[in-house]
Design a protein around this ligand. Structure first.
Ligand code: RFL
Ligand code: PHB
Length: 389
């Protein structure tokens, strides 16, 4: 088999890259380890920056998002019962789109199918070879046979646990990591959201987030112990704890119901440098992870895709290799800013096990500054809606 770009990983990064390349006349093959049903059953991010929304338009997959997604012009921040709003529209002229990652992925699969693209599921033993030559290739098992895919370039869109990052020799690879001493317990329920905007809440009992997918589908999170399992939390225990962590007037309005999904995610900040090695380029979670507090996971994957797609198209259409050579540098410059913002939002809003009274006063002062300073709100809003590509 031969293609121009071999894409390892059929999550949002890999599929979006494949679709954008297709629109520009560049061929690709996507190799995914899991079944399509499995990929589509993962409940993850829900907030899209304008940059990603624009890429979806460019990729020709925005129709359902434009119809069913919700534009949010602001968000609510709470500290105990104190609540204030950050007005994205007034402060930045921009907004975010609330539309689930699962829906983005579904729209991408449909577009790839409609274009007759090759997306191979349940591939195992995927391995890139000869990355520092002009003729890289990938080997893998599929339906009981060994396959070889020759290509010009390889995109490693294989998530945090994928094999591509490991191909960068240890002598050049640097990894930066911070693991947070708590997790997020998330619940999806077929109930109307408690507010028409998101509520990020710091409380004495820990962090809580009220989010949504649509008018009758809510997504809620609470900070939990890393040792907790979803089975430790009955639905009633979850709702009780959530009520205690959000402002009273919101707790009074909260509509509860059975959970239709319940999961725990650990929180981590991680960056791998460089993001390219020879003819292989890393995109998304394969290269970096953010804690979900700033809603940046999917959005940083999209910004990598933006740079890589443009660089590859410039190579194929104009023989221009500047974008390819500087991909890692360009992508990392934006990634580190998203890492900083996600770390800051996480530190601002969570209770840490070793936090002293002084640390809590610092957190309170930071939130009060955000509440009363237009400069601080503008900085928060500009990062939340997404820094320019
Ligand atoms: P993905 O979505 O992990 O996709 C990578 C794909 O690569 C496949 N793969 C392989 N394929 C072939 N061969 C191999 N050896 C392979 N190994 C792995 C995987 O099966 C998968 O399909 O990464 P991508 O495309 O970079 O997209 C990034 C986003 O998915 C991610 O940043 C966000 O979802 C992060 N994230 C969240 N972000 C938010 O902004 N808000 C959230 O609420 C939020 N919740 C989450 C999350 C990530 C989670 N993970 C990774 C455990 C909740 C969870 C549980
Ligand atoms: C979500 O809706 O899943 C969501 C929203 C905002 C975040 C994280 C997760 O910061």
């Amino acid at each position: 088999m031969r293609t121009q770009v071999a894409i390892i990983g059929g999550g949002p990064a890999g599929l979006l890259l494949s679709q954008l390349l297709h629109k520009a006349g560049v061929a690709s093959v996507v190799l995914e380890r899991r079944s399509r049903e499995y990929v589509l059953s993962r409940i993850r991010a829900g907030v899209l920056e304008t940059g990603l929304v624009n890429l979806m338009h460019e990729a020709g997959i925005a129709e359902r998002m434009d119809r069913e997604g919700f534009i949010h012009d602001g968000t609510l921040i709470a500290n105990g019962n104190d609540q204030f709003r950050i007005d994205f529209k007034e402060l930045t002229g921009s907004h975010v789109m609330v539309y689930g990652q699962t829906e983005v992925t579904r729209d991408l699969y449909e577009a790839r199918d409609a274009a007759g693209a090759t997306v191979m599921h349940e591939c195992s033993g995927v391995k890139p070879h000869d990355l520092t030559t002009d003729a890289p290739y990938v080997t893998f098992f599929h339906e009981g046979a060994v396959h070889r895919l020759d290509c010009d370039f390889i995109a490693g869109c294989d998530g945090f646990h994928g094999p591509c990052r490991q191909e960068i020799p240890l002598s050049v690879r640097r990894e930066f990591e911070k693991v947070y001493p708590f997790g997020w317990l998330g619940v999806l329920s077929e109930t109307p959201p408690v507010d028409n905007e998101l509520i990020y809440s710091n409380s004495e009992r820990g962090f809580a987030l009220c989010s949504m997918r649509n008018a009758n589908l809510s997504r809620y999170y609470i900070q939990c112990q890393l040792s907790d399992t979803p089975d430790d939390w009955t639905d009633d225990a979850f709702w009780d704890e959530l009520r205690r962590r959000i402002p009273e007037e919101a707790a009074d309005r909260l509509v509860t119901g059975p959970s239709i999904e319940k999961s725990i995610a650990p929180l981590r900040s991680f960056v791998c440098e460089p993001m390219q090695w020879g003819r292989m380029f890393l995109c998304g979670d394969a290269a970096h992870i953010v804690p979900p507090t700033g809603a940046k996971g999917l959005n940083t994957a999209a910004s990598d895709v933006n740079y890589l797609w443009r660089a590859l198209v410039a190579w194929y259409k104009d023989g221009e290799r500047g974008g390819i050579d500087t991909y890692s540098e360009t992508a990392l410059a934006r990634i580190w800013k998203a890492e900083r913002f996600s770390w800051w939002m996480t530190t601002l809003l969570h209770r840490l096990p070793e936090q002293s009274e002084f640390d809590i006063r610092m957190q309170d002062a930071d939130i009060a500054y955000l509440q009363h300073s237009t400069a601080a709100q503008t900085a928060m809003a500009e990062n939340y809606v997404g820094l320019p590509y």
